[in-house]
Design a protein around this ligand. Structure first.
Ligand SMILES: Cc1ncc(COP(=O)(O)O)c(C=O)c1O
Length: 457
């Protein structure tokens, strides 16, 4: 590394770059973290310190790991052939990737490209609104979202976020978004009950009836809530959700931005539960961060409805464009990413290593009273920190910050809920790349064990 460039880069960063979701006052007393290299499961900071990345680029993204020359080569070759043309025209990688993707998503028929998870969700919201306008004068326009879920950072997506502290100071919000209660059994609204999953789903029906079923167009849910605390809906939830959507003619939009493309051991999180969504959105692991890409995938039926003759021919298509949805690097990277997952058997590895991670986390729970609940699926895990196991009193966010800081100092990057709620910022999150080995997981667990030991002394 060029040692002269190092302090200069830190100065350049400190003086000119605005970091995401970061309070820059911290940089008055310490240098900003700068990550400059990655290989496999590991990254290096600007001072040469090595870290094992337990959260795939901090936000569950680099699913196939760092330094994949195969993806870089595919992107380079595509860029020098054709880097860009607006997606109002077709291009080769977009066509090829759409076919490959849909092979993995039976029941779905169309792929709309854009370049972030938020944008993919915005497209879905617009489709729901346009369908409502076409079918019944805009009446069935409301979109339901769930408490604790997150769907992105734009004002419309924040209007659909169930993480209330993230909305603070960014209103007023877009009308027509309505919240349904969370489905975290550990935080059951009814105490211990046998049928928690069905009850939680029935709450969705209650909200639909309160709002008027003829005003509700879609229900938008994460298959497993990610940043809201890694919450897998319990047994009974999904079949009832599907039934409710069918009964009230409500589109089911599943946000796979985190779970999509292998994270949970299936191609998509919803595929664990046998449900049939009308819209699926995805980003993050779709190209593992090698290029910006997101997809809004719909049924052919929804596509056809948008194209139905509306009389004057003005709104019989989706009047939406995303400039960078026409960047060919995205689908080129996504194709190479898919090849790697298939060739290296990463879904199987995710299932196997996910189970190992779960067993090791449960052992930590046995050892430390501070851990109240262990959750997740595949290489997507979280555990809640509690100050009292009996009352389930959530630990203060400072405890999660301390644990993450301790692991970081010891060369392991882990995640945590980040000021999303008033009280429940107490989940430690893990999402190592799908290539993780037993020894990588051991390293993560050892770092957590050491942190928990020191913090509970
Ligand atoms: C479930 C979910 N949906 C959507 C988004 C938004 O994605 P992006 O940051 O790419 O806009 C995120 C981001 O963390 C997410 O976790």
């Amino acid at each position: 590394m060029d040692t002269c460039a190092t302090p200069r880069a830190i100065t350049q960063d400190r003086d000119h770059v605005w970091h995401h979701i970061t309070n820059h006052n911290a940089f008055n007393s310490s240098d900003p973290l700068m990550i400059v290299k990655g290989k496999g499961m590991r990254v290096w900071d600007i001072n040469g310190k090595e870290y094992l990345d337990g959260v795939s680029g901090a936000v569950w993204t680099v699913n196939v790991g760092y330094g994949r020359t195969e993806i870089a080569d595919a992107v380079r070759e595509q860029l020098v052939t054709l880097n860009y043309f607006a997606q109002s025209a077709g291009n080769l990688p977009a066509a090829q990737f759409a076919e490959r993707l849909l092979e993995k998503m039976p029941g779905l028929g169309r792929v709309y490209y854009s370049n972030s998870g938020s944008e993919a969700n915005e497209k879905a919201f617009k489709l729901v609104r346009q369908l409502a306008a076409k079918k019944n004068g805009g009446k069935k326009h409301k979109i339901l979202y769930r408490e604790r879920d997150y769907h992105g950072t734009t004002v419309a997506c924040l209007s659909a976020t169930g993480q209330h502290e993230r909305r603070h100071q960014y209103g007023p919000f877009v009308p027509g978004f309505v919240e349904v209660p969370h489905c975290c059994e550990y935080r059951s609204q009814w105490g211990e009950v046998e049928d928690y999953g069905v009850r939680a789903a029935n709450e969705i029906e209650r909200v639909i009836l309160e709002e008027g079923a003829d005003t509700v167009g879609a229900l938008c849910l994460e298959p497993i809530t990610a940043g809201g605390g890694v919450i897998e809906p319990p047994a009974g939830y999904w079949p009832r959700v599907q039934e409710i959507c069918k009964q009230y003619d409500i589109l089911l939009h599943i946000d796979e931005v985190v779970c999509g493309v292998g994270r949970t051991g299936e191609w998509f999180g919803y595929q664990h539960y046998g449900i049939k969504p009308d819209i699926v959105t995805m980003a993050k692991g779709l190209a593992s961060g090698y290029a910006a890409i997101s997809c809004t995938v719909t049924t052919q039926e929804l596509f056809d409805q948008i194209h139905e003759d509306d009389g004057d021919g003005k709104m019989d298509y989706f009047r939406d464009i995303s400039t960078f949805g026409g960047c060919t690097a995205g689908p080129a990277a996504a194709l190479a990413n898919l090849d790697i997952i298939e060739r290296e058997g990463l879904l199987e590895n995710t299932k196997r290593m996910g189970e190992y991670l779960r067993v090791r986390l449960l052992a930590l729970k046995d050892k430390y009273q501070l851990i109240g609940d262990v959750r997740g699926k595949g290489l997507f895990a979280g555990f809640e920190l509690v100050s009292n196991r009996d009352t389930k009193e959530p630990a203060d966010e400072s405890v999660a910050i301390q644990i993450a800081g301790h692991c970081m100092n010891n060369g392991v990057i882990i995640g945590r809920t980040n000021r999303s709620f008033k009280a429940l910022n107490n989940t430690i999150c893990l999402s190592p790349a799908l290539i993780a080995t037993q020894s990588d997981i051991d390293t993560i667990i050892t770092a957590l064990d050491n942190a928990l030991f020191d913090i509970t002394q």
